[in-house]
Design a protein around this ligand. Sequence first.
Ligand SMILES: Cc1cc2nc3c(=O)[nH]c(=O)nc-3n(C[C@H](O)[C@H](O)[C@H](O)COP(=O)(O)O)c2cc1C
Length: 194
Amino acid sequence: MLNDRSSILSLLATRRSGRPRDLVAPGPSPAELEQILAIAMRTPDHGKLHPWRFVHVTKDRRAEFAALLDRAYRAGNPAPGRLELEANARFAHQAPELIVALSSPTVDHKIPVWEQQLSCGAACMNLLLATHALGYAAGWVTGWAAYSPIVLEAFGRPPERIAGFIFLGTPGAAPEERLRPERHEVCSIWAPGA
Ligand SMILES: Cc1cc2nc3c(=O)[nH]c(=O)nc-3n(C[C@H](O)[C@H](O)[C@H](O)COP(=O)(O)O)c2cc1C
C-alpha cells in the first residue's frame, strides 16, 4: 500500500505535458482511451451537471478535421498565407489521438456557470493525469481554432465552448522540466490585517 502511495505521488509529481507535434505512436489503445475518459469523468461537479463533453476525433476523421480548420481559417482570414494553412493541416494531423474537450454548462441554473467551467478544467486535468499514469503524454492546447464559431459548430453549440484540443501519444523525447512558481509566490498562510 505504501509503495502504491509513493508511486502514485511520484506519478503526480512527474506529469508533464507532451508537445502535441512531438507525440508519436503508440497512442492509447481503444480500451486505454475508455479508461482515460472514465477517469476524466470522475471529477468534482457541483450539482451533478457533468458540464463537460469529450469528442474523440478518430484517425479516419483527421482529414475532415483538417478541412474544417482550413475552411474556418479562410473564413476569418480572406488572404491566408501558405505557411499558416500548412500549420493548420499539421495541427489537425499531429499525434496519435485527439480528444476535443467541451465546456458544456447548464445556464440559468443555481450552479453558476463559472463553477461548471472550473469542473470542465478539472475533468481535462484528470484526463491528462490518467494519460500519464498509463505511460503516455497528453498536450492540452487551444489556439485560434478553439475560439472559432465555425469549429465550435462542428462539435457543439453555444453556450458550449471548446475547452481545448487534447492530443495523446508517446513523447518523442522525455520532456525537460520547466520553471514552476516558487511555493511562496502562490501559497500563503492567511493572516488577516497583516
Ligand atoms: C486551457 C489551456 C489552453 C492551453 N493552450 C495552449 C496552447 O494553445 N499552446 C501551448 O503551447 N500551450 C497551451 N497550454 C499549456 C500546455 O497545455 C501546458 O500546460 C504547458 O505546455 C506546460 O506544460 P506542463 O503541463 O508540463 O506544465 C494550455 C493550457 C491550458 C490549461
